[in-house]
Design a protein around this ligand. Structure first.
Ligand code: KIV
Ligand code: NA
Length: 277
């Protein structure tokens, strides 16, 4: 399989082929996605929720992102791996933003980074890109601003919000972003933005007309038993699969059915007799 590059992503878009993207936070999941030929893998700060059990992404640290992104890239040598910039790793200054983006590339070996925000982040997108680090933008519902946005809710449904998002998309493209995530916006707005920028748009809850789609892998596989967002389609019920498998193990142990002979190491009778002497 060929290694995916920004040029490869552009070629796919030009050919009208949808771009596929999923999150991953660990080596085995990344390996499965890479083997399947996924175009892009995002080690998202959604790991705050999916891996660490926080209620949001605010508490996620650079150290957590570095460790998980490194494991993901090790498992995915072919897919284009993107490391998410956690809250406060790029908001304070352009200098800090370059240094932290650089850490994701130098230490975790990712192929690019993603950060949230529109026009207010244009200087950072430009500076990080100039440093040689590809930047993916992320507008619409930006979970690191969930408090300011008033909750996890769809964005750009009114005139001023929609116009602002279209402008933000163009500004981020102009600043050098290689692609844009559009999260939780009306399908019509996803289509409009996709038509007004040349870089690929990757939707999550942004309708069917973006250049690609991304889902949180735990959502796509039904890892959690509870509620999932409207924009999620569950392709498996991993929660049930895991419960069934682990219950069978527990029943086997309780019923002395595990381990069986084939799971046990042996020893020669001669050695055994000598021990018992
Ligand atoms: O952290 C994440 O998983 C994301 C995607 C939902 C785009 O930012
Ligand atoms: Na994220």
């Amino acid at each position: 399989r060929k290694v995916m590059t920004i040029a490869g992503l552009k070629e796919k878009k030009a050919a009208g082929e949808p771009l596929t993207m999923l999150t991953a936070y660990d080596f085995p999941t990344a390996q499965i996605e890479d083997e399947l030929g996924i175009d892009m893998i995002l080690c998202g700060d959604s790991l705050g929720m999916t891996v660490y059990g926080y209620t949001g992404t605010i508490s996620v640290t650079m150290e957590q992102m570095l460790l998980h992104a490194e494991a993901v890239k090790r498992g995915a040598p072919h897919s284009f791996v993107i490391g998410d910039m956690p809250f406060l790793s790029y908001q304070v200054s352009v200098e800090e933003a370059i240094l932290n983006a650089g850490r994701l590339m130098k230490e975790a070996r990712v192929d690019g980074i993603k950060l949230e925000g529109g026009r207010e982040m244009a200087d950072r997108v430009r500076a990080i890109t100039k440093a040689g680090i590809p930047v993916m933008g992320h507008i619409g519902l930006t979970p690191q601003s969930v408090s300011a946005l008033g909750g996890f809710r769809a964005q750009g449904r009114d005139l001023s919000g929609a116009v602002r998002l279209i402008e933000d998309a163009k500004i981020l493209e102009e600043a050098g972003a290689f692609a844009l995530v559009l999260e939780a916006i009306p399908e019509q707005l996803g289509e409009l933005i996709t038509g007004q920028v040349d870089i690929p748009t990757i939707g999550i809850g942004a309708g069917a007309y973006t250049d690609g789609q991304v889902l949180v892998v735990h959502d796509a596989l039904g890892f959690f038993g509870g509620h999932v967002a409207k924009f999620v389609k569950q392709y498996a019920n991993l929660n049930q699969v895991m419960k069934d498998g682990l219950r069978a193990y527990m029943d086997d142990v309780a019923g002395r059915k595990f381990p069986a002979a084939e799971h046990c190491y042996g020893m020669s009778n001669e050695v055994l007799a000598q021990i018992k002497e």
